[in-house]
Design a protein around this ligand. Structure first.
Ligand code: BG6
Length: 490
């Protein structure tokens, strides 16, 4: 039985003035207050460099919640929430200042949780500062978030730095996709339903498509994004998480370590993409100006702060193969891009076609069944199938149809944001929804040769696409060459 107790915590948010804290963490914490999920004695300490008074700090937090909460703030809930808040002015490069922090924390009653909502180049000063004054001992917990490096080597460096002061069970590495309701539902779908469980391998599945299509561009993050590209920004983490959840074997039980071990096995089994197969297995693109929802948007190279010679990809599609018994011969086609026609994420499981067509005279080519899992927006699950065309005339005439397996569970006020769930899980001390060291390093190990190979092939392998389209046409080839098609957005 897993721990489900919400403990009293001192949650220290380093980077309390930053985007992540303002846009995601404070609204999420407020919602947890609303759902009565925070222990009465829990305190939230914003840490950053500012000479704010308590009043000024509380005002800033309220502004953030007002701006980024997708519902009206409720004054009663806010009043209760605001009592938990305090500000701590700290220069994290000054080790002595962590001693002052120590005096504020109530380590006898409350579990200290440190959220590093700061750029990764600040991580190490925080780890060291906490470690030097013994704020790192159990049961304290620490949260870090991507980018965890830009390659295996830099990722290992961060992991080495953190593990000097914290043990793996204390470290919560966030991939916010793991906190999404729809991603969690994949586990239930696969492992709670024999219908799917027994039909989840190369015996019945032809191929799997994973699409994460974004309308947004780089949102004024040129420096960050240009050093990353869509592959590091989205595939290394979010898309590979989806892939491993889809492809993992049934774990022994739902203990975090067993789930993670099964995911790691999938990452290990991914076939390497290198200079030999890079052009067959990947297509990358970059957006030029176009229109999204009728509004003209600039091209990537025209974004604020852009280097007009950048070769960074804003779109990528990859054919991934898993070398194990269960998935041999079943390609996983991944694609994701910025400034595409619509924001949506979807998984399409395409089953093998019927080997015998009894209805040949009426329907030449029996189309395969598809399980379509819409993750975002309006999550839902549907199955495409063939049925008898209704009517008296032709008794064996067929027709394509689909059946919806669930309706959207979201209602505006009770919509659960990934950060709400993840913060709650950290407060409970349960690590299932967080990424362990080996997982993140194995993901980089697969991504590195892809990026290195692009650097070695000639430059025209970066295909341009107009903002507001579905990416470079070339991306279709990756799947069409195998006699398959991307599922159409509807
Ligand atoms: C982030 C990336 O991790 O995920 C962003 O850095 C991206 O570039 C975002 O836009 C997408 O998240 P979501 O939840 O909107 O799909």
């Amino acid at each position: 039985m897993m721990k489900e107790i919400i403990q009293a915590c001192d949650l220290v948010i380093f980077g309390t003035k930053g985007d992540l804290a303002r846009k995601k963490l404070f609204p999420a914490l407020y919602k947890l207050e609303k759902f009565k999920k925070i222990h009465p004695n829990t305190r939230i300490i914003g840490a950053g460099r500012a000479n704010w008074t308590q009043e000024e700090y509380i005002k800033t937090v309220k502004e953030s919640i007002n701006n980024f909460l997708k519902e009206e703030i409720n004054e009663n809930i806010w009043n209760k929430f605001s009592l938990r808040l305090s500000f701590f002015n700290i220069d994290v490069y000054e080790e002595t200042q962590f001693l002052k922090l120590k005096k504020i924390l109530d380590q006898t009653q409350n579990i200290s949780i440190y959220y590093c909502a700061v750029p990764p180049n600040t991580f190490n000063s925080i780890f060291t500062g906490l470690g030097k004054v013994n704020l790192n001992s159990l049961p304290s917990r620490i949260i870090i978030e991507k980018p965890l490096g830009v390659c295996l080597q830099t990722c290992k460096k961060i992991n080495d730095q953190i593990s000097k002061y914290f043990l793996e069970p204390q470290i919560f590495r966030i991939d916010h996709y793991l906190g999404k309701e729809s991603i969690l539902n994949l586990l239930s779908l696969r492992f709670a339903n024999s219908l799917f469980f027994n039909n989840w391998s190369n015996k019945t599945i032809d191929h799997i498509q994973i699409t994460v299509s974004e309308e947004v561009g780089i949102e004024n993050r040129w420096n960050y994004f240009d050093g990353m590209g869509q592959t590091r920004d989205m595939v290394q983490n979010h898309l590979l998480q989806i892939l491993t959840i889809l492809a993992m074997n049934q774990p022994k039980n739902i203990l975090p370590e067993n789930i993670r071990n099964e995911k790691i096995k999938v990452l290990r089994a991914l076939q390497t993409i290198n200079l030999e197969n890079i052009n067959k297995k990947t297509v990358r693109g970059q957006y030029i100006s176009g229109q999204i929802n009728g509004i003209k948007v600039p091209g990537y190279l025209e974004e604020f702060g852009a280097n007009p010679k950048s070769q960074t990809e804003t779109f990528v599609s990859i054919k991934a193969d898993i070398k194990n018994e269960q998935w041999f011969g079943v390609p996983f086609y991944l694609r994701t891009g910025k400034r595409l026609a619509h924001k949506y994420s979807e998984i399409v499981i395409v089953f093998k076609k019927m080997s015998i067509n009894l209805f040949k005279e009426y329907y030449y080519d029996l189309s395969p069944n598809k399980l379509i899992i819409r993750l975002d927006p309006n999550e839902n699950i549907k199955i495409n199938f063939l049925k008898k065309s209704p009517g008296l005339s032709e008794i064996y005439k067929l027709k394509n149809d689909s059946i919806q397996l669930n309706s959207s569970i979201k209602t505006t006020n009770n919509q659960i944001d990934a950060y709400e769930r993840l913060l709650l899980e950290v407060m409970k001390g349960v690590q299932s929804l967080f990424v362990c060291r080996e997982e993140v390093e194995m993901a980089w190990k697969w991504i590195d040769p892809i990026i290195e190979s692009w650097g070695k092939t000639n430059k025209n392998t970066l295909y341009l696409y107009k903002a507001g389209t579905w990416g470079p046409i070339k991306s279709d080839e990756i799947i069409i060459n195998d006699g398959r098609y991307w599922n159409k957005f509807d």
